[in-house]
Design a protein around this ligand. Structure first.
Ligand SMILES: NC(=O)C1=CN([C@@H]2O[C@H](COP(=O)(O)OP(=O)(O)OC[C@H]3O[C@@H](n4cnc5c(N)ncnc54)[C@H](OP(=O)(O)O)[C@@H]3O)[C@@H](O)[C@H]2O)C=CC1
Ligand SMILES: Nc1nc(=O)c2c([nH]1)NC[C@@H]1CN(c3ccc(C(=O)N[C@@H](CCC(=O)O)C(=O)O)cc3)C=[N+]21
Length: 299
Protein backbone atom coordinates (compact mmCIF):
# COMPACT_ATOMS: atom_id res chain seq x y z
CA UNK A 1 0.00 0.00 0.00
CA UNK A 2 0.96 3.64 -0.34
CA UNK A 3 4.12 4.99 1.17
CA UNK A 4 3.63 7.29 4.09
CA UNK A 5 5.38 10.57 3.48
CA UNK A 6 3.79 13.24 5.67
CA UNK A 7 5.19 14.14 9.09
CA UNK A 8 3.32 13.10 12.22
CA UNK A 9 0.99 15.61 13.82
CA UNK A 10 2.53 16.88 17.05
CA UNK A 11 0.31 16.29 20.06
CA UNK A 12 0.83 19.43 22.12
CA UNK A 13 0.31 18.16 25.66
CA UNK A 14 1.39 21.47 27.16
CA UNK A 15 -1.34 23.29 25.23
CA UNK A 16 -4.01 20.70 26.09
CA UNK A 17 -2.95 20.89 29.74
CA UNK A 18 -3.13 24.70 29.67
CA UNK A 19 -6.72 24.42 28.38
CA UNK A 20 -7.53 21.98 31.18
CA UNK A 21 -5.98 24.28 33.77
CA UNK A 22 -8.24 27.14 32.73
CA UNK A 23 -11.30 24.86 32.95
CA UNK A 24 -10.16 23.67 36.36
CA UNK A 25 -9.61 27.22 37.55
CA UNK A 26 -13.24 28.11 36.75
CA UNK A 27 -14.45 24.89 38.35
CA UNK A 28 -12.59 25.76 41.55
CA UNK A 29 -13.97 29.32 41.49
CA UNK A 30 -17.46 27.87 41.23
CA UNK A 31 -16.83 25.52 44.17
CA UNK A 32 -15.30 28.26 46.31
CA UNK A 33 -18.46 30.34 45.78
CA UNK A 34 -20.37 27.37 47.10
CA UNK A 35 -18.16 27.26 50.18
CA UNK A 36 -15.81 24.44 49.15
CA UNK A 37 -12.10 25.04 48.54
CA UNK A 38 -10.52 21.74 47.47
CA UNK A 39 -7.26 20.99 49.28
CA UNK A 40 -4.28 18.93 48.10
CA UNK A 41 -1.56 17.63 50.43
CA UNK A 42 1.74 16.74 48.77
CA UNK A 43 4.23 14.69 50.77
CA UNK A 44 7.87 14.50 49.75
CA UNK A 45 10.31 12.29 51.65
CA UNK A 46 13.99 12.99 51.01
CA UNK A 47 15.61 15.38 48.56
CA UNK A 48 15.79 13.62 45.21
CA UNK A 49 16.28 16.59 42.83
CA UNK A 50 13.86 15.32 40.14
CA UNK A 51 11.16 14.68 42.74
CA UNK A 52 11.64 18.16 44.18
CA UNK A 53 11.11 19.69 40.73
CA UNK A 54 7.89 17.71 40.17
CA UNK A 55 6.57 18.51 43.62
CA UNK A 56 7.27 22.22 43.16
CA UNK A 57 5.43 22.14 39.80
CA UNK A 58 2.46 20.36 41.35
CA UNK A 59 2.21 22.88 44.16
CA UNK A 60 2.59 25.87 41.83
CA UNK A 61 -0.11 24.57 39.52
CA UNK A 62 -2.52 23.76 42.31
CA UNK A 63 -2.13 27.25 43.80
CA UNK A 64 -2.71 28.77 40.33
CA UNK A 65 -5.91 26.75 40.04
CA UNK A 66 -7.13 28.14 43.36
CA UNK A 67 -6.71 24.96 45.38
CA UNK A 68 -5.53 24.98 48.96
CA UNK A 69 -2.10 23.38 48.99
CA UNK A 70 -0.42 21.64 51.90
CA UNK A 71 3.22 20.79 51.57
CA UNK A 72 5.04 18.28 53.77
CA UNK A 73 8.77 17.85 53.25
CA UNK A 74 10.29 15.16 55.42
CA UNK A 75 13.97 14.18 55.71
CA UNK A 76 15.11 10.99 53.94
CA UNK A 77 15.70 9.42 57.38
CA UNK A 78 11.98 9.62 58.26
CA UNK A 79 10.74 6.31 59.64
CA UNK A 80 7.87 4.42 58.08
CA UNK A 81 5.94 4.84 61.35
CA UNK A 82 6.29 8.63 61.24
CA UNK A 83 5.18 8.75 57.61
CA UNK A 84 2.18 6.55 58.40
CA UNK A 85 1.18 8.79 61.28
CA UNK A 86 1.36 11.87 59.02
CA UNK A 87 -0.92 10.07 56.57
CA UNK A 88 -3.31 9.30 59.41
CA UNK A 89 -3.50 12.98 60.26
CA UNK A 90 -4.05 13.95 56.61
CA UNK A 91 -6.76 11.27 56.32
CA UNK A 92 -8.72 12.89 59.13
CA UNK A 93 -7.99 16.54 58.19
CA UNK A 94 -11.26 18.02 56.94
CA UNK A 95 -9.70 20.56 54.60
CA UNK A 96 -7.54 17.93 52.83
CA UNK A 97 -9.35 16.33 49.87
CA UNK A 98 -6.35 14.81 48.08
CA UNK A 99 -3.15 13.20 49.34
CA UNK A 100 -0.15 12.54 47.14
CA UNK A 101 2.98 10.84 48.43
CA UNK A 102 5.69 11.41 45.86
CA UNK A 103 7.41 8.24 44.65
CA UNK A 104 10.00 6.79 44.83
CA UNK A 105 10.24 6.56 48.62
CA UNK A 106 13.52 5.77 50.41
CA UNK A 107 14.17 2.01 50.40
CA UNK A 108 13.57 1.56 54.16
CA UNK A 109 9.92 2.55 53.62
CA UNK A 110 7.41 0.10 52.16
CA UNK A 111 5.63 2.08 49.41
CA UNK A 112 2.79 -0.46 49.16
CA UNK A 113 2.05 -0.10 52.84
CA UNK A 114 2.07 3.69 52.60
CA UNK A 115 -0.23 3.69 49.57
CA UNK A 116 -2.66 1.35 51.30
CA UNK A 117 -2.75 3.66 54.34
CA UNK A 118 -4.16 6.60 52.35
CA UNK A 119 -7.93 7.05 52.58
CA UNK A 120 -9.10 5.73 49.16
CA UNK A 121 -11.45 8.74 48.89
CA UNK A 122 -8.40 11.04 49.08
CA UNK A 123 -6.12 8.89 46.92
CA UNK A 124 -5.72 11.32 44.00
CA UNK A 125 -2.88 9.18 42.55
CA UNK A 126 -5.29 6.24 42.25
CA UNK A 127 -2.69 3.85 43.70
CA UNK A 128 -4.70 2.46 46.65
CA UNK A 129 -5.76 -1.22 46.20
CA UNK A 130 -9.41 -0.12 46.40
CA UNK A 131 -9.00 2.26 43.45
CA UNK A 132 -6.88 -0.26 41.52
CA UNK A 133 -9.65 -2.81 42.01
CA UNK A 134 -12.42 -0.41 41.02
CA UNK A 135 -10.51 0.59 37.89
CA UNK A 136 -10.23 -3.05 36.90
CA UNK A 137 -13.91 -3.72 37.67
CA UNK A 138 -14.88 -0.70 35.61
CA UNK A 139 -16.24 2.11 37.71
CA UNK A 140 -15.97 4.75 40.39
CA UNK A 141 -12.21 4.78 40.80
CA UNK A 142 -9.86 7.70 41.19
CA UNK A 143 -7.74 7.00 38.10
CA UNK A 144 -3.92 7.38 38.05
CA UNK A 145 -2.96 10.75 36.60
CA UNK A 146 -0.44 9.78 33.91
CA UNK A 147 -2.66 7.11 32.28
CA UNK A 148 -5.60 9.53 32.46
CA UNK A 149 -3.48 12.18 30.75
CA UNK A 150 -2.43 9.70 28.04
CA UNK A 151 -6.08 8.83 27.36
CA UNK A 152 -7.10 12.47 27.02
CA UNK A 153 -4.31 13.00 24.47
CA UNK A 154 -5.16 9.83 22.52
CA UNK A 155 -8.87 10.68 22.44
CA UNK A 156 -8.03 14.19 21.28
CA UNK A 157 -6.53 12.62 18.14
CA UNK A 158 -9.18 9.98 17.63
CA UNK A 159 -12.36 9.66 19.66
CA UNK A 160 -13.37 6.15 18.54
CA UNK A 161 -10.73 3.59 19.56
CA UNK A 162 -12.74 0.35 19.34
CA UNK A 163 -10.88 -2.51 17.67
CA UNK A 164 -7.52 -0.75 17.51
CA UNK A 165 -4.38 -2.62 18.52
CA UNK A 166 -2.80 -0.88 21.49
CA UNK A 167 0.70 -1.84 22.61
CA UNK A 168 2.01 -0.48 25.91
CA UNK A 169 5.70 -0.95 26.57
CA UNK A 170 6.15 -1.01 30.36
CA UNK A 171 4.06 -2.71 33.06
CA UNK A 172 4.47 -0.45 36.08
CA UNK A 173 1.65 -0.01 38.57
CA UNK A 174 1.66 3.75 37.98
CA UNK A 175 1.57 3.82 34.17
CA UNK A 176 1.49 0.61 32.12
CA UNK A 177 -1.03 -1.51 34.05
CA UNK A 178 -3.67 1.18 34.71
CA UNK A 179 -3.36 2.46 31.13
CA UNK A 180 -4.05 -1.07 29.90
CA UNK A 181 -7.35 -0.99 31.83
CA UNK A 182 -8.33 2.35 30.33
CA UNK A 183 -7.57 1.26 26.75
CA UNK A 184 -9.43 -1.99 27.32
CA UNK A 185 -12.41 0.01 28.50
CA UNK A 186 -12.28 1.81 25.12
CA UNK A 187 -12.43 -1.60 23.41
CA UNK A 188 -8.84 -1.65 22.17
CA UNK A 189 -7.03 -4.96 21.88
CA UNK A 190 -4.31 -4.36 24.45
CA UNK A 191 -0.85 -5.91 24.69
CA UNK A 192 1.47 -5.01 27.57
CA UNK A 193 5.17 -5.54 26.82
CA UNK A 194 8.09 -5.50 29.27
CA UNK A 195 11.76 -6.41 29.60
CA UNK A 196 11.10 -10.12 28.94
CA UNK A 197 9.03 -9.55 25.80
CA UNK A 198 10.43 -11.29 22.73
CA UNK A 199 10.86 -9.39 19.50
CA UNK A 200 9.60 -6.06 20.75
CA UNK A 201 10.14 -4.34 17.35
CA UNK A 202 7.69 -6.69 15.57
CA UNK A 203 5.15 -6.33 18.34
CA UNK A 204 5.36 -2.53 18.19
CA UNK A 205 4.92 -2.58 14.39
CA UNK A 206 1.42 -4.01 14.89
CA UNK A 207 0.33 -1.14 17.13
CA UNK A 208 -2.22 1.44 16.01
CA UNK A 209 -1.62 3.04 19.41
CA UNK A 210 1.87 2.69 20.83
CA UNK A 211 2.68 3.89 24.34
CA UNK A 212 6.24 3.90 25.64
CA UNK A 213 6.59 3.94 29.46
CA UNK A 214 9.96 2.32 29.91
CA UNK A 215 12.61 4.76 31.11
CA UNK A 216 15.12 3.89 28.35
CA UNK A 217 16.15 6.87 26.20
CA UNK A 218 15.04 6.45 22.56
CA UNK A 219 14.47 2.70 22.90
CA UNK A 220 11.62 2.82 20.37
CA UNK A 221 13.00 3.45 16.86
CA UNK A 222 11.23 4.95 13.87
CA UNK A 223 11.21 1.62 12.03
CA UNK A 224 9.34 -0.06 14.95
CA UNK A 225 6.35 2.15 14.25
CA UNK A 226 3.37 1.34 12.04
CA UNK A 227 2.80 4.13 9.52
CA UNK A 228 0.08 6.44 10.79
CA UNK A 229 0.13 5.12 14.39
CA UNK A 230 -0.62 7.28 17.43
CA UNK A 231 2.57 7.31 19.53
CA UNK A 232 2.54 8.42 23.18
CA UNK A 233 5.93 8.90 24.81
CA UNK A 234 5.67 8.80 28.61
CA UNK A 235 9.42 8.43 29.20
CA UNK A 236 11.38 11.17 30.96
CA UNK A 237 15.12 10.55 30.77
CA UNK A 238 17.72 13.09 31.75
CA UNK A 239 20.81 13.50 29.57
CA UNK A 240 23.72 15.92 29.32
CA UNK A 241 23.67 17.83 26.08
CA UNK A 242 26.41 20.41 25.42
CA UNK A 243 26.84 20.85 29.16
CA UNK A 244 23.12 21.28 29.82
CA UNK A 245 20.46 18.96 31.19
CA UNK A 246 18.10 17.79 28.51
CA UNK A 247 14.97 15.62 28.72
CA UNK A 248 14.71 12.72 26.29
CA UNK A 249 11.75 10.40 25.82
CA UNK A 250 11.62 6.63 25.30
CA UNK A 251 10.96 7.19 21.59
CA UNK A 252 13.44 8.32 18.94
CA UNK A 253 11.51 11.48 18.19
CA UNK A 254 12.96 12.34 14.78
CA UNK A 255 12.68 8.76 13.54
CA UNK A 256 9.13 8.39 14.84
CA UNK A 257 8.01 11.71 13.45
CA UNK A 258 8.65 10.54 9.89
CA UNK A 259 6.42 7.47 10.31
CA UNK A 260 3.76 8.03 12.97
CA UNK A 261 0.41 9.72 12.39
CA UNK A 262 0.52 11.62 15.68
CA UNK A 263 3.23 11.87 18.31
CA UNK A 264 3.79 13.46 21.74
CA UNK A 265 7.04 15.35 22.37
CA UNK A 266 9.18 15.19 25.52
CA UNK A 267 9.02 17.61 27.26
CA UNK A 268 5.62 19.17 26.61
CA UNK A 269 3.68 15.95 26.04
CA UNK A 270 2.40 13.64 28.76
CA UNK A 271 4.19 15.38 31.68
CA UNK A 272 2.04 18.53 31.81
CA UNK A 273 -1.10 16.36 31.43
CA UNK A 274 -0.14 14.36 34.52
CA UNK A 275 -0.21 17.50 36.64
CA UNK A 276 -3.49 18.75 35.13
CA UNK A 277 -5.08 15.34 35.86
CA UNK A 278 -3.83 15.45 39.45
CA UNK A 279 -5.68 18.73 40.00
CA UNK A 280 -8.72 17.33 38.29
CA UNK A 281 -8.69 14.27 40.56
CA UNK A 282 -8.38 16.55 43.59
CA UNK A 283 -11.46 18.54 42.52
CA UNK A 284 -13.27 15.28 41.81
CA UNK A 285 -12.36 13.87 45.24
CA UNK A 286 -13.45 17.09 46.97
CA UNK A 287 -16.85 17.03 45.24
CA UNK A 288 -17.41 13.38 46.10
CA UNK A 289 -16.37 13.80 49.72
CA UNK A 290 -18.70 16.76 50.16
CA UNK A 291 -21.58 15.33 48.13
CA UNK A 292 -21.40 18.23 45.68
CA UNK A 293 -22.00 17.70 41.96
CA UNK A 294 -18.74 18.14 40.10
CA UNK A 295 -18.44 21.19 37.83
CA UNK A 296 -15.96 19.32 35.60
CA UNK A 297 -16.92 16.82 32.93
CA UNK A 298 -16.39 13.17 33.69
CA UNK A 299 -14.42 10.76 31.50
N1 LIG B 1 5.35 11.95 32.02
C1 LIG B 1 4.96 11.56 33.21
O1 LIG B 1 4.04 12.13 33.77
C2 LIG B 1 5.55 10.36 33.84
C3 LIG B 1 6.70 9.84 33.30
N2 LIG B 1 7.25 8.71 33.81
C4 LIG B 1 8.43 8.19 33.11
O2 LIG B 1 8.01 7.04 32.38
C5 LIG B 1 9.04 6.06 32.36
C6 LIG B 1 8.49 4.77 32.95
O3 LIG B 1 8.17 4.99 34.29
P1 LIG B 1 7.48 3.85 35.20
O4 LIG B 1 6.23 3.42 34.56
O5 LIG B 1 7.50 4.35 36.58
O6 LIG B 1 8.54 2.71 34.96
P2 LIG B 1 9.23 1.55 35.84
O7 LIG B 1 10.67 1.89 35.89
O8 LIG B 1 8.47 1.27 37.06
O9 LIG B 1 9.03 0.35 34.83
C7 LIG B 1 9.63 0.31 33.57
C8 LIG B 1 8.97 -0.76 32.73
O10 LIG B 1 9.66 -0.84 31.49
C9 LIG B 1 10.05 -2.18 31.24
N3 LIG B 1 11.31 -2.22 30.52
C10 LIG B 1 12.53 -1.80 30.95
N4 LIG B 1 13.45 -1.96 29.99
C11 LIG B 1 12.81 -2.50 28.92
C12 LIG B 1 13.22 -2.89 27.63
N5 LIG B 1 14.49 -2.77 27.23
N6 LIG B 1 12.30 -3.40 26.80
C13 LIG B 1 11.01 -3.53 27.18
N7 LIG B 1 10.56 -3.15 28.40
C14 LIG B 1 11.46 -2.64 29.26
C15 LIG B 1 10.17 -2.83 32.60
O11 LIG B 1 10.01 -4.22 32.46
P3 LIG B 1 10.02 -5.24 33.72
O12 LIG B 1 8.68 -5.07 34.38
O13 LIG B 1 10.17 -6.58 33.08
O14 LIG B 1 11.16 -4.83 34.56
C16 LIG B 1 9.04 -2.17 33.37
O15 LIG B 1 7.81 -2.83 33.14
C17 LIG B 1 10.20 6.69 33.12
O16 LIG B 1 11.03 7.34 32.19
C18 LIG B 1 9.52 7.71 34.01
O17 LIG B 1 10.38 8.78 34.35
C19 LIG B 1 6.66 8.04 34.86
C20 LIG B 1 5.54 8.52 35.45
C21 LIG B 1 4.92 9.75 35.01
N1 LIG C 1 3.02 9.67 43.75
C1 LIG C 1 3.50 10.01 42.57
N2 LIG C 1 2.66 10.42 41.60
C2 LIG C 1 3.14 10.76 40.37
O1 LIG C 1 2.36 11.13 39.46
C3 LIG C 1 4.55 10.69 40.13
C4 LIG C 1 5.37 10.26 41.17
N3 LIG C 1 4.82 9.91 42.37
N4 LIG C 1 6.71 10.16 40.98
C5 LIG C 1 7.34 10.52 39.73
C6 LIG C 1 6.42 10.46 38.54
C7 LIG C 1 6.85 11.35 37.40
N5 LIG C 1 5.81 12.34 37.25
C8 LIG C 1 5.87 13.44 36.39
C9 LIG C 1 5.03 14.52 36.52
C10 LIG C 1 5.17 15.64 35.72
C11 LIG C 1 6.14 15.71 34.76
C12 LIG C 1 6.29 16.95 33.95
O2 LIG C 1 5.64 17.95 34.18
N6 LIG C 1 7.19 16.97 32.94
C13 LIG C 1 7.46 18.12 32.12
C14 LIG C 1 8.93 18.55 32.27
C15 LIG C 1 9.34 18.82 33.67
C16 LIG C 1 10.85 19.06 33.78
O3 LIG C 1 11.34 20.03 33.14
O4 LIG C 1 11.53 18.28 34.47
C17 LIG C 1 7.24 17.73 30.66
O5 LIG C 1 7.32 16.54 30.34
O6 LIG C 1 7.04 18.64 29.86
C18 LIG C 1 6.97 14.64 34.59
C19 LIG C 1 6.83 13.50 35.39
C20 LIG C 1 4.84 12.11 38.17
N7 LIG C 1 5.11 11.05 38.91
Amino acid sequence: MGTHTSEATLIDGAAVAAGLHSELRSAVENLVERGLTPGLAVVLVGNDPASSVYVRNKIRRSVEAGLRSFHHELPSTTSETDLLSLIDRLNSAHDVDGILVQLPLPSHIDAQKVTAAIDPAKDVDGFHPMNVGKLSLGGGALVPCTPLGCMLLIKGVRSQLAGLNAVIVGRSNIVGKPLAQLLLRENCTVTVAHSRTEDLPSLCRRADILVAAVGQPELIRGDWIKPGAIVIDVGINRAEHEGRQKLIGDVDFAGARAVAGALTPVPGGVGPMTIACLLRNTIDAACRRHGVSSPIGNS
